[in-house]
Design a protein around this ligand. Structure first.
Ligand code: BGC
Length: 743
């Protein structure tokens, strides 16, 4: 647990004599305006700002440990605690080192990785997820949670693919908004990251990203915009990379012009850990809080008070510490720059009720574990199911051969900053044993091992041959250079001989189920056509093994859909097809432009291995009766697509209906279709439900650089309703009568 928190009330009598430039403190019985929960936010902020000395202000714009900023006891300002990350509340480190703190009370619930959340296509699941994060953050004493990660999947090789919400800005926005609102409902700020164009780990600290304005606006910025404008996220973390030549944490265009200017963001921008590079740029280009700077002296850089490389004194060497103070003294930096940064920091504290008393939160509750299981179940994607190989009939199985290192591998602790010290993690094998151990003979053989081993395939094949069914649980690991921060994957293949293992196992036992535990797409060359059933299980967190067993044995009907395209070959995927990964001479040009993910595969008519939005169920759904109902309120939806979905199978299940928009004759080229709505509906066998998806003007618009806004043009449009981006079931036509442009 964190250091003891300071009392929320200021000790009004301390330190008065030492202060000169602030407003006199009130008598002890007078409550300062900033402590009045009923006072308007902005007046509380200004009141508190007006009471602070320059030193106190400076202390709020940089770290004083790995994950905190300094307390100001005189004013009752507690130290602020930040924590990773998107999947739960991370184990404590530090204070001045990355070494774990060794606490015994920092176990938490590990939620499924964010790409698995995106695969639920269910904003309610994102809210349940955010609720767990918010409650656990409170109990662990955290003020700002460093998530969600919302960078768009430009390449399936990105080592952090598992930490983000897939390849589509609309889907990712809907999920991020729900997540953020739920976290912040608990008085915890959500820090959406990494702003912006942070799409690869290779040279992440220096790579300069170049792209055209439309691509920026249509693909890479919308999730951030939704996060701050709709989700109300109180914090944004700058990315490590450069954008158009300037580091993202000190990027005038991204932060000052777009985020704070155009979007009206009032919260704080913090750096990624070590993402600050220059005092002047940080001062003027919108950075409000510097975190994680490597404090070792830099050649030519101004030296702080402390010569030590570790210990509390090193924070004086931060760009927004000693050097900022010196610049202020010399008059290089106006005092107003500091006030504005502090104002934003204070605003987040006040808005998240730091001074008003917050809930205690809760940790590792049964409800949190249920939520983790539920999200994991909803995110598992059934990729193939020939001859209804799944679900396995629990009652008639006498023996099961479980094969593959990922059946026993725990993944929660992997992923670098996204790692979680889970209270427990149910492995796939444990999940299967728990579900079936009493009635079936279950064997386990690794089949492959990351670290190698003798006769692994032979033993697995023998086990498969002897069993009623073989379940191969393979995939990747949540470590470098696979699904982990710090490096990108080298290729799309399954490592450690898994392709051969699967081929041999299915040859020995045609009743073979393959489960891929990974945080990003993998190639399935050489065996996909031979195995009857494949599941994409992601990394399921605390209850991942239980969730998987529930899907395998039919207690839960799969309803996940892919939040990203699975290419057949890496060369089919856009960044690689245009030869722009990882870039050249320190620069990466996003030459594929708007054609990211399915937009590319559709435009180039490339058959993917599995398309965006794809996922099977143990039941079947029929779509019928599309009606396009024109909106009558000029401020409301332009049109509402209404249609029926019927469960025509024999099991209850959930379907994600997806709505794509195509413009017939745009004045600028557009992708063939783009996701603009979706709805997940649960249906009993035989049940029929009407689904309504409303579209506003923005759903028809593209970003027109010449008009500096979103243009919905007078034109014909086609609306496509599908079960995936490549399985369109219903179509309708619509005409927009006039062109409108919105900012
Ligand atoms: C990551 C961030 C993370 C930060 C703090 C960085 O390496 O890029 O996502 O929040 O570390 O751990």
């Amino acid at each position: 647990m964190n250091k003891p928190r300071l009392a929320a009330l200021p000790s009004l009598l301390v330190g008065i004599g030492a202060l000169s430039c602030q407003r006199p403190l009130p008598a002890a019985d007078e409550r300062p305006a900033y402590l009045d929960p009923a006072a308007p936010l902005e007046s509380r902020v200004e009141d508190l700002l007006g009471r602070m000395t320059q030193e106190e202000k400076l202390s709020l714009v940089h770290a004083d440990s790995k994950f905190t900023t300094a307390a100001i006891p005189r004013l009752g300002i507690p130290s602020r605690w930040m924590s990773d990350g998107p999947h739960g509340v991370r184990e404590d480190v530090g204070p001045d080192t990355w070494n774990v703190a060794g606490h015994t009370d920092d176990f938490s619930t590990c939620m499924p990785v964010l790409i698995g959340l995106a695969a639920t296509w269910n904003p309610d699941a994102a809210a349940a997820y955010g609720n767990v994060i918010g409650e656990e953050a409170r109990r662990r004493g955290k003020d700002i949670m460093l998530g969600p990660g919302v960078n768009i999947q430009r390449t399936p090789l990105n080592g952090r693919t598992s930490e983000f919400l897939g390849e589509d800005p609309f889907l990712a926005s809907r999920m991020a908004v729900s997540y953020i609102r739920a976290v912040q409902a608990h008085g915890v700020a959500s820090c959406v990251k990494h702003f912006a164009a942070n799409n690869q780990e290779t040279q992440r600290g220096s790579i300069d990203v170049e792209m055209d304005e439309r691509t920026l606006r249509e693909i890479y910025l919308p999730v951030f915009r939704a996060a701050v404008q709709e989700g109300g996220a109180w914090a944004v973390m700058g990315a490590y990379n450069r954008f158009r030549g300037q580091f993202c944490c000190e990027n005038d265009y991204l932060i000052n012009r777009v985020l704070k200017g155009e979007w009206g963001f009032k919260g704080l921008v913090m750096s990624d850990w070590g993402g600050t590079h220059d005092t002047r740029e940080a001062v003027f280009n919108g950075l409000d809080l510097e975190m994680g700077t490597d404090p070792r002296p830099r050649p030519g850089a101004p030296q702080g008070k402390s010569a030590a490389d570790s210990g509390p004194g090193v924070y004086e060497r931060y760009f927004l510490a000693g050097a900022y103070r010196d610049g202020l003294k010399r008059g290089e930096f106006p005092a107003a720059t500091l006030d504005e940064k502090v104002r934003r920091n204070l605003r987040v504290m006040i808005a998240t009720h730091v001074f008003d008393g917050r809930e205690d939160g809760s940790l590792n509750t049964a409800a949190h574990q249920d939520a983790a299981r539920h999200v994991a179940e909803e995110g598992i994607v059934l990729l193939k199911n020939d001859g209804r190989a799944l679900p396995l009939a629990a009652g008639s199985l006498n023996s099961i051969a479980v094969i593959g290192e990922n059946a026993v591998r725990l993944q929660a602790h992997g992923g670098d900053s996204a790692k979680i010290k889970a209270l427990y993690e149910v492995s796939p094998l444990e999940g299967i044993l728990h579900r079936m151990g009493a009635t079936a003979n279950i064997t386990y053989s690794p089949g492959y091992r990351k670290d190698g081993g003798a006769d692994l395939i032979e033993k697995a094949v023998a086990a498969a041959r002897a069993a009623d069914v073989a379940i191969v649980i393979g995939g990747l690991i949540h470590e470098r250079p696979f699904d982990c921060e710090g490096a990108d994957r080298k290729d799309l293949g399954l490592p450690w001989g898994q392709d051969e293992l699967i081929r041999r196992v299915v040859a020995a036992n045609p009743r073979t189920i393959v489960v891929i535990a990974s945080g990003s797409p993998v190639e399935m060359g050489g065996w996909l056509d031979r195995v009857p059933a494949v599941l994409q299980a992601w990394y399921g967190g605390t209850e991942g093994g239980t969730a998987l067993a529930n899907i395998l044995f039919g207690d839960v009907n799969p309803s996940g859909k892919l939040p990203c395209t699975y290419p057949k070959r890496l060369e089919d995927s856009p960044a690689h097809a245009v030869g722009e990964f990882p870039g050249r001479d320190g620069v990466v040009h996003y030459a594929e432009g708007l054609l990211v993910g399915y937009r590319w595969f559709d435009a180039k008519q490339i058959e993917p291995l599995f398309p965006f939005g794809y996922g099977l169920s143990y039941t079947k759904f029929d779509y019928s009766g599309l009606r396009l109902v024109a909106g009558s309120d000029p401020k409301g939806p332009v049109v509402t697509a209404e249609f029926e979905i019927t469960n025509t199978g024999d099991r209850a299940g959930a379907e994600v209906a997806q709505l794509y928009v195509h413009q017939e004759k745009p004045s600028l080229p557009r992708p063939p279709k783009e996701l603009k709505g979706f709805r997940k509906v649960t249906l009993n066998p035989g049940e029929k439900k009407t689904v309504s998806i409303a579209l506003d003007r923005r759903a028809f618009a593209f970003y027109d650089p010449a008009r500096a806004g979103w243009a919905a043009e007078a034109d014909d449009f086609r609306l496509e309703v599908g079960s995936s981006s490549r399985d369109i079931r219903l179509q309708g036509a619509l005409h927009l009568g006039e062109t409108t442009v919105e900012r």
